[in-house]
Design a protein. Structure first.
Ligand SMILES: C[S@@+](CC[C@H](N)C(=O)[O-])C[C@H]1O[C@@H](n2cnc3c(N)ncnc32)[C@H](O)[C@@H]1O
Length: 257
């Protein structure tokens, strides 16, 4: 049974992990079904998003639209956008949510978000921005700040490591291996067999930075701060040791001249 096909992944693909997710031919919708951390992260993100009633929110790297449908349920009169570079994911998301007039699903990347300046009250993202290559992180943070209204909220959940360094740095490798093997064993303990295979299969790609660019939350916080997002905070998704964390921040109000 082939569930995840890692081979054929193109190093340096323009849109990071899009190449892999565009080739992913398993059932994404049930991939995280048995992974309690995934659902805990979505619950936390929902809470950290604040009251989005009557507001506009973007799920960046929305995938098959799992979080987007939770947002649509929680805020029946919010205007929602899902953006993802993968054709396949966009198609899945459309199947799930395309019938709704107040949800728009668009093909695009975190490096070129197809929305006007200051359009949304919140940018939310789960497990997607680690596909952005390291030199592009500052531009990605600026792009997120561009589409956020002043005072708008960022809620960014992802897997982070705790050691900065080049791919071959032994301390960085050890940290990543411990976190990903730990998470895989956690998946196994929770009957999340397919999630376990995904995480184990991802280890070489993360270690060699082949479309999966883990870094510390400090690096991302710095990029967001420089892009004009302030009040940055980090919350771990329990259990903490696997590096699943949520960065929140608020787009600064600019001085009137
Ligand atoms: C693990 S899935 C996460 C999907 C969804 N956010 C969720 O929580 O289920 C990673 C997603 O990131 C998307 N992605 C890859 N590169 C991206 C980029 N440059 N900008 C935005 N999304 C990207 C992929 O297409 C894929 O849908």
């Amino acid at each position: 049974m082939t569930i995840i096909r890692r081979q054929g992944f193109v190093k340096g693909f323009e849109d990071g992990g899009m190449g892999f997710w565009d080739r992913f031919d398993g059932d994404y919708e049930s991939l995280f079904d048995r992974d309690p951390m995934y659902w805990e992260a979505l619950d936390m993100m929902l809470e950290l998003s604040g009251d989005l009633a009557g507001k506009r929110a973007l799920d960046l790297g929305c995938g098959a639209g799992v979080f987007l449908s939770r947002l649509a349920e929680a805020f029946p009169n919010a205007e929602l956008y899902g953006v993802d570079p993968s054709k396949k994911m966009v198609r899945r998301c459309e199947r799930r949510l395309g019938h709704s007039a107040r949800v728009r699903i668009l093909r695009g990347s975190a490096l070129r978000i197809p929305l006007p300046d200051e359009h949304v009250h919140a940018v939310l993202s789960n497990l997607a921005l680690h596909h952005v290559p390291p030199p592009e992180r500052p531009a990605c943070a600026r792009e997120i700040a561009r589409v956020l209204r002043p005072g708008g909220r960022l809620v960014y959940a992802d897997l982070f490591c705790d050691v900065e360094g080049p791919p071959e740095d032994p301390d960085r490798c050890r940290d990543i291996i411990q976190k990903m093997v730990g998470k895989s064993l956690y998946d196994l303990d929770h009957g999340a067999y397919r999630t376990m295979l995904l995480h184990l299969g991802d280890i070489p790609a993360v270690l060699t930075e082949d479309g999966e660019y883990f870094t510390t939350d400090r690096v991302w916080r710095e990029a967001f701060r420089e892009a004009g997002i302030e009040r940055l905070e980090v919350k771990p998704v329990p259990p903490e040791e696997f590096g699943y964390r949520i960065i929140t921040g608020i787009k600064a109000w600019t001085e009137e001249v």
